[in-house]
Design a protein around this ligand. Sequence first.
Ligand code: PBG
Length: 335
Amino acid sequence: MSIHALAQFPACRPRRLRQSPVLRQLVRETHLNAGQLVLPLFVRAGRKLRRPIGAMPGVFQLSPDELLREAVKAHAAGVPAVLLFGIPETKDAKASGAYAANGIVQQAVRLLKQELPGLLVITDVCLCEYMEHGHCGLVHSGKAGARILNDPTLKLLARTAASHVQAGADLVAPSDMMDGRVGAIRRELDRLGFLETPIMAYAAKFASAFYGPFREAAESAPKFGDRRSYQMDPANASEALREVALDLQEGADIVMVKPALAYLDILYRVKAEFGYPTAAYAVSAEYSMVKAAGAKGWIDERALTLESLLAMRRAGADILITYAAVEAARWLKAG
Ligand code: PBG
């Protein structure tokens, strides 16, 4: 029915349904549960290590033992899944640390799956943290400047994903934005017999200033240039739908839109167009802004966080990836 048709119902008084909390609950269209949250975590070598991230209060680079403690806390709060990022001890030009059988993420996955088998472990599949130049793919530096080598990168990404799954990862999440990577990863997982392991593709990932604090957290800032040759232009929405279509065609099981709050239109269109399980990633600066304003007493951090997450759900997100997952889960439990 169109909004104009409302003229036919002159007796309509929407306020009637807002008169009590019970009534409001009955007619509520969108629900936010802890079971929809995913907590991103950063792991690096060491013991008893909790290195704070300056621009992300409450977020740390964790050694595996501390990572396990955080994961136990999150799980106990009702957060069903974590998304792992690794910071390797050394970086090189072919991202060896990303697919090393005993790399930091592979170690962390084994530990988490052994100690906390009920927790769903998702791994971020990308090369930027492991590359000395900080780009998400192999780089060719020629006379005309540096460029990303899309196709040769695919093999390394597939190898990385496979090594995560061999370590026990439940789900892999490629975030590199190379063309064809979902297909390359799917084929490699199938070849190794992991036919049932799903892929959550960072499908519509924009080249965004909202990733600033993350690059400190993951030590993955590009040493030269930027990511605009592989991540999307924030001006483009139809292109986002094409990116999603391609990833689905290549075998993605879940598609992601990232960042979240400034891209709710994209989220809405992706869900409406494809109807696939859709994730929203509330990225680092979304978290930092709320934390900073909250610390100053300028906003109600709790109310603002929950309202933002609800808005992502309303726009079409099934899955919410957020650094505030544990707090949000606790707030939701407290009611
Ligand atoms: C790696 C990756 C990034 C994020 C997730 N995976 C950074 C980037 O693309 O530069 C950003 C997450 C955040 O800002 O919270 N490619």
